[in-house]
Design a protein around this ligand. Sequence first.
Ligand SMILES: CC(C)(COP(=O)(O)OP(=O)(O)OC[C@H]1O[C@@H](n2cnc3c(N)ncnc32)[C@H](O)[C@@H]1OP(=O)(O)O)[C@@H](O)C(=O)NCCC(=O)NCCS
Length: 110
Amino acid sequence: MPDVSYVALEGDRIVGAILVTHWMGAPLVAELGVAKDRRRKGLGRALLEATMHRLAYLDEPGLSLYVTVGNDPAISLYRSLEFARSAASRHGSLGRLKVADAPSIRRRGN
Ligand SMILES: CC(C)(COP(=O)(O)OP(=O)(O)OC[C@H]1O[C@@H](n2cnc3c(N)ncnc32)[C@H](O)[C@@H]1OP(=O)(O)O)[C@@H](O)C(=O)NCCC(=O)NCCS
């Protein structure tokens, strides 16, 4: 879904990206990554929030993602944005977010 996927640029260097695809009838975060030397500066959160705001604008009700068990940085980011664990396997879990209920969307009133 190119209209809700973003890259973060520093000059012409890509330092972060979020790629969203359509899966089982709903948007799914296929990739989210930030360059190692640019982590913990708020870029991952900003990319995810940009996607969430755009989805809310487009009246898409939800956003899903998979995260690998033990990927604590990502799990902590998703928890802080109120993704709820909706299914789990030995390797990872599926999180879902009702976009309109996300804290940053509520704050801005969409
Ligand atoms: C997960 C990832 C995208 C986070 O990007 P980031 O730009 O470093 O994240 P942010 O700076 O926006 O941090 C947002 C929140 O994530 C959590 N977080 C990020 N890095 C963390 C770490 N190393 N340890 C614990 N929590 C972490 C924190 O809750 C943080 O909020 P805080 O800074 O207010 O405490 C980045 O670590 C990454 O690219 N990892 C490798 C790829 C990956 O695992 N992608 C996810 C696939 S599901």
